[in-house]
Design a protein around this ligand. Sequence first.
Ligand SMILES: Nc1nc2c(ncn2[C@@H]2O[C@H](COP(=O)(O)OP(=O)(O)OP(=O)(O)O)[C@@H](O)[C@H]2O)c(=O)[nH]1
Ligand SMILES: [Mg+2]
Length: 195
Amino acid sequence: MNFTKVSFYDSVYSLKQLPEPLYPEIAFAGRSNVGKSSLINKLVNRKNLVKTSSKPGKTQSLNYFEVENSLYLVDLPGYGFARVSRSVQASWEKLISSYLETRTPLVCVVVIIDLRHALKAHDRELIDWLAFKDITSLPVYTKADKLSKNKQAKHAAALDAALNISSADRVIFSSKSGIGREELRNRLALYAQSC
Ligand SMILES: Nc1nc2c(ncn2[C@@H]2O[C@H](COP(=O)(O)OP(=O)(O)OP(=O)(O)O)[C@@H](O)[C@H]2O)c(=O)[nH]1
Ligand SMILES: [Mg+2]
């Protein structure tokens, strides 16, 4: 799979609207504004397939993208965004957690984390919760272009230690430079084939 034939499929606002479970699904989760939508654009080599914004809270539904008639990529709304009302944030979180918990074709959740910062409580909670629910997750440390090579290694080691994982268990990425794209494509293709 080379992630070239990709198209927007649907925006989903409630579990009732979920598409037929035709293909394996890979979901992209993370804090608001961390770079989930940008990562998908880079992954599939399209500048504006997924809408991105410098303002947090851009993605407000589960957005489905179909890859080569064999896989769905699902862009999720971000968590931890203070500027939407608490009830809106709660309804997004309910939709996301119900989707993650019940969606049979889901093969992996890519958890996107900002390489520049220490691990946030919400990221840890998500990763622990996914493990508890027996859902495969893959941490991806993004915005690597914003750090020097030295700092990338240092920050990645700190995140690895916080998550108690080894460097083989995650990917360092940049939606700007494309660092990590091939590695991420290869890993996701394996998850897609494994089901
Ligand atoms: N330098 C740099 N900027 C990035 C990278 N990834 C995302 N950004 C920027 O970060 C901002 C947020 O990106 P989005 O992809 O919209 O983030 P998101 O996680 O989808 O945000 P929400 O949908 O609001 O939750 C935008 O201004 C992007 O240009 C990256 O790897 N490097
Ligand atoms: Mg987004």
